[in-house]
Design a protein around this ligand. Structure first.
Ligand SMILES: *Cc1c(COP(=O)(O)O)cnc(C)c1O
Length: 406
């Protein structure tokens, strides 16, 4: 049969040429799809979307996102990973998947602010109750776990005040009481400690780790993404079903950006850590600063817990991220604190962290906590995220800006 010649438009869409197989390069390819094409109806009917045996639809994964998921599971010592469009989406997906009406969720009083806000607004609309616990008092957490408690959120350290909890004891307690625990592991990033092997002998693990890939895995300040990793297959399936129902997906170019940055995450984390410790120590000696909050500094709240979990106890330097906060003496009014932040030229004003540019944010802790913790000195908290600039340049920048206090 002689078919009529197809039009140019059709030939451009249905072109016969196939590039040869066997292309290998340092970076995985960027596969983009909403639609995935099946070879025949039988294959379409048979294809399973819940595992990685094939492809069904863009939302259920592409080679690019499968590769990224596997590498992120590896990063945190987990078995499965789900990608979501932001770190906050990782937190909300975990809560929405695991909680139902009548349940109670517990959060540390120093939890990432938007996780508290989500719990207080949306989750309470769905009949999920919550309580805040003191992150530095395991007995307080123990008292608050009741028959309705289904999930405990953990964060080590708190993301603004950086006190380091006894995470090992908190997870042990959740195990003993048969309550699920989910860690916001953005600070640790899979590098400071192993969330699925807290004791180093395979005996103690969190149930779920949620991670804002926006921070260190991206490293560029230009991608929003989150991951949810688990070891338990049943728990993963529960999360995956919620993920599917909520219609969450990530863009292929964003996945590629994370894949490109991942090989250097260890080097970058170390570099941020080294500079942050040097600047935190130096700032601690400057007169307007009355307290430095950095878990690797001996006087910082929870330092012993950090040492135990993050390696400082084994003679090495241990690992910490590039974040620290200072408390500026209460005698300085807010305008002067603001003038200090404005006077910085390398440290930029902006939220988030983990990118090349150093950032600074003044905080009003009174408005963020149900109780202002007694371990905080009176004054104003200013948080620094140390980027990858030369540390001497950053110190000089801080020194010139500190003149507003003279
Ligand atoms: C930034 C951050 C998040 C949220 O990440 P986004 O991608 O900005 O939504 C969650 N938890 C912590 C501790 C964070 O620092």
């Amino acid at each position: 049969m002689n078919l009529p010649q197809r039009s140019l438009t059709t030939r451009l869409i249905h072109h016969d040429y196939q590039a040869p197989d066997g292309f290998v390069a340092p970076q995985p390819a960027v596969h983009k799809a909403s639609t995935v094409i099946f070879p025949n109806v039988a294959a379409m009917r048979a294809r399973e979307w819940k595992d990685k045996s094939g492809y069904t639809y863009g939302l259920h994964g592409t080679p690019t996102t499968f590769i990224l998921e596997e590498r992120l599971a590896e990063l945190e010592g987990a078995a499965q990973c789900l990608l979501v469009p932001s770190g906050l989406a990782a937190l909300s997906t975990v809560s929405l998947a695991l909680l139902r009406s009548g349940d109670e969720v517990l959060l540390p009083d120093n939890a990432y602010g938007p996780n508290k806000a989500l719990t207080q607004s949306l989750l309470s609309q769905f009949g999920v109750r919550h309580a805040l616990y003191d992150p530095m008092d395991v007995a307080d957490l123990a008292r608050r776990i009741g028959p309705a408690t289904r999930l405990v959120w953990l964060e080590a350290p708190g993301s603004v005040t950086l006190e380091f909890p006894d995470l090992i004891a908190q997870v042990r307690l959740c195990r003993e009481r048969s309550v699920l625990c989910a860690l916001d592991n953005t600070w640790g990033a899979g590098l400071a400690f192993a969330p699925f092997d807290l004791l180093g002998d395979g005996r103690l693990a969190v149930d779920v780790s949620a991670h804002a890939l926006t921070k260190y895995p991206s490293g560029g300040g230009d991608v929003l993404m989150g991951s949810i990793v688990t070891r338990d297959a049943g728990l993963h399936l529960k999360l995956k079903l919620a993920h599917m129902h909520l219609g969450l997906g990530v863009g292929a170019n964003d996945a590629e950006a994370i894949l490109r940055a991942l090989p250097s995450i260890g080097l970058r984390y170390r570099a941020h850590d080294r500079s942050a410790r040097a600047l935190a120590r130096w700032l601690g000696e400057q007169p307007p600063i009355v307290q430095v909050l950095h878990p690797a500094l001996a006087a910082s709240p929870g330092h012993a817990h950090w040492r135990e979990l993050c390696g400082g106890a084994h003679g090495g330097d241990g690992a910490a991220a590039g974040l620290f906060s200072v408390v500026i003496a209460a005698e300085h009014p807010q305008e002067r604190i603001d003038a200090f932040c404005d006077a910085l030229t390398l440290f930029q004003l902006g939220y988030s962290w983990g990118g090349p540019i150093s950032l600074v944010v003044p905080y009003d802790i009174g408005s963020m906590r149900s109780v202002v913790p007694p371990h905080l000195a009176p004054g104003t908290v200013v948080r620094f995220s140390v980027g990858l600039e030369d540390v001497d340049d950053l110190r000089n920048d801080l020194a010139q800006a500190l003149k507003v206090f003279a």
